[in-house]
Design a protein around this ligand. Structure first.
Ligand SMILES: [Fe+2]
Ligand SMILES: [Fe+2]
Length: 177
């Protein structure tokens, strides 16, 4: 992880509201979750920073709307909690529908249940499982799941600026052009 990213994370955590921090504290401080500091996401961000941003935006939006902001904060943080760093493990020889973009939402849901079962509820499972809609064809069931679905795409806008990067955004190809 780059130093400037650690600065950015520290800055975010310093300015975060206490209620949000108390909801997600045990996840942020968990050793398995912290491995995502070294997992690459898009735009040279780690999965940790990407997930934290999706979680904070989703928390703020749902809190303003008086929706279930607790589930949104947790679901946002765990939406990409899949097993391995997909950009360093080969995607190449996998059948098309087994590539990262298609399977990581289910992986993230299973891994979340494994490590953070006490945080999970039906809504959080739906948030994680449906965040790749429409690539995964089942649409979100809850309004909070729609928020994370859209915020995740918004947070990945950088990579979506170039159509050439779409396969990478979708987790079908690791190469960024
Ligand atoms: Fe994802
Ligand atoms: Fe994501």
């Amino acid at each position: 992880m780059a130093n400037n990213e650690q600065d950015k994370i520290n800055q975010i955590l310093l300015n975060i509201d206490n209620e949000y921090y108390m909801i997600v504290k045990d996840i942020l401080e968990n050793d398995e979750f912290k491995k995502r500091l070294n997992y690459h996401h898009h735009e040279n961000k780690s999965v940790f920073l990407h997930s934290l941003m999706v979680s904070i935006y989703s928390y703020k939006i749902t809190k303003k709307l008086n929706w279930d902001y607790k589930s949104a904060a947790i679901g946002g943080l765990l939406h990409d909690f899949y097993y391995n760093d997909w950009q360093t493990t080969s995607n190449k020889n996998k059948p098309f529908f087994k590539k990262h973009g298609f399977v990581h939402a289910k992986e993230a849901k299973d891994n979340s249940k494994l490590h953070f079962d006490e945080f999970m509820n039906e809504k959080i499972e739906d948030i994680i499982l449906k965040h790749m809609f429409p690539l995964n064809i089942k649409p979100p069931k809850y309004k909070e799941s729609w928020v994370i679905n859209i915020v995740d795409k918004y947070c990945s806008l950088e990579i979506l600026k170039s159509p050439k990067n779409l396969p990478k955004y979708l987790g079908l190809n690791r190469k960024e052009s």
